[in-house]
Design a binder for this molecule. Structure first.
Ligand SMILES: [Fe+2]
Length: 314
């Protein structure tokens, strides 16, 4: 299992890379550039149901990354067809597909006020404090929108991590959330890939999210769990009751849209997938991204989310 290293990055579709960099790099502090690639993106033929997918992909790390904010962001601007696909209609939170990217954030309220009041970023949920799970873990959260209304959560896991004395800051990605059809099937599946520590489970509807659902749509039941791996960022599967329509959208749609699980050795990891009966969407792909190579392969999780393995040495 040591080969699997948790969530390496959250993939976020963008309509315009300059605007995306202004948001992620300049406002949120993802200043560490791993690569900036423009060209064909092979291995997506099955997922996109077309050949010749082309994109600009910018992989960024946060300058304040820590154990609870270890994940990167992968900004994707589709350049083939009609450009960036739209945010899937009907997304509230928890429909099958990516729901959010969550950043670990010391002093959530101060950061939120700075982002919203000074930098004019749109608020999606005012800061609030909660205590979750059987261990009563304290946290502060808030939500803001990316430039295309993708959901960005800010979380301070006060009960998990005694913070180093540090000024208010955003760190890297803490987890990605995604909707699923069956919580047990999904969590059993991801345990095989190293997500073995359940941080919390909630079966209550989370009231502050009510404004996110379309007017006239009955509010669904929420079942959420959050899992961390030994390394990397975590996953937060969400099961709505009743299930809503599939909101995976097209690969590359604006807002959070895919994620990659880091592995030390991608060939060994693919062999592990095969031994577990997990299918991939292609062979291992190797992109020359300038100073380094980006090696990845998309595979089929129980909901066929857009999820890949990436060799985390790019
Ligand atoms: Fe979350």
């Amino acid at each position: 299992m040591q080969n699997f290293r948790g969530v390496d990055h959250a993939g976020i579709g963008v309509g315009n890379m300059d605007e995306a960099l202004l948001f992620w790099r300049d406002k949120l502090g993802f200043t560490e550039l791993y690569f900036d690639y423009t060209g064909p993106v092979p291995g997506l033929e099955e997922i996109c149901k077309k050949k010749d997918v082309k994109a600009r992909i910018v992989m960024l790390g946060n300058r304040h990354t820590t154990r609870l904010g270890p994940g990167k962001v992968k900004l994707v601007q589709r350049l083939d067809g009609n450009g960036a696909p739209e945010y899937p209609a009907g997304i509230g939170y928890g429909e099958v597909g990516l729901a959010e990217v969550c950043l670990h954030t010391l002093h959530t309220e101060k950061i939120f006020r700075h982002l919203v009041d000074d930098l004019k970023i749109k608020s999606l949920m005012e800061p609030l404090s909660a205590s979750v799970g059987e261990h009563g873990i304290d946290l502060d959260i808030a939500y803001v929108a990316d430039p295309w209304m993708g959901k960005v959560e800010l979380i301070d896991w006060k009960g998990l991590w005694t913070s180093r004395p540090a000024a208010p800051r955003i760190e890297g990605v803490n987890h990605v959330a995604f909707g699923v059809h069956d919580m047990k099937v999904t969590t059993d599946f991801y345990k095989q890939l190293g997500f073995i520590d359940q941080i919390f489970e909630s079966k209550e509807f989370f009231d502050p999210m009510a404004p996110w659902y379309q007017v006239g749509r009955p509010l669904p039941g929420h079942h959420m769990t959050l899992w961390l791996s030994g390394e990397g960022a975590g996953i937060e599967p969400v099961r709505l009751t009743p299930l809503w329509e599939d909101c995976r959208g097209e690969w590359g749609h604006v807002g959070p849209m895919d994620f990659g699980i880091g592995v030390q050795n991608i060939k060994k990891a693919v062999a592990t997938l095969k031994s577990l009966g997990i299918e991939t969407h292609s062979d291992i792909q190797v992109l020359d991204v300038g100073n380094t190579e980006f090696k990845y392969v998309y595979f089929k999780d129980p909901d066929d989310q857009y999820v890949s393995l990436v060799e985390s040495n790019y």
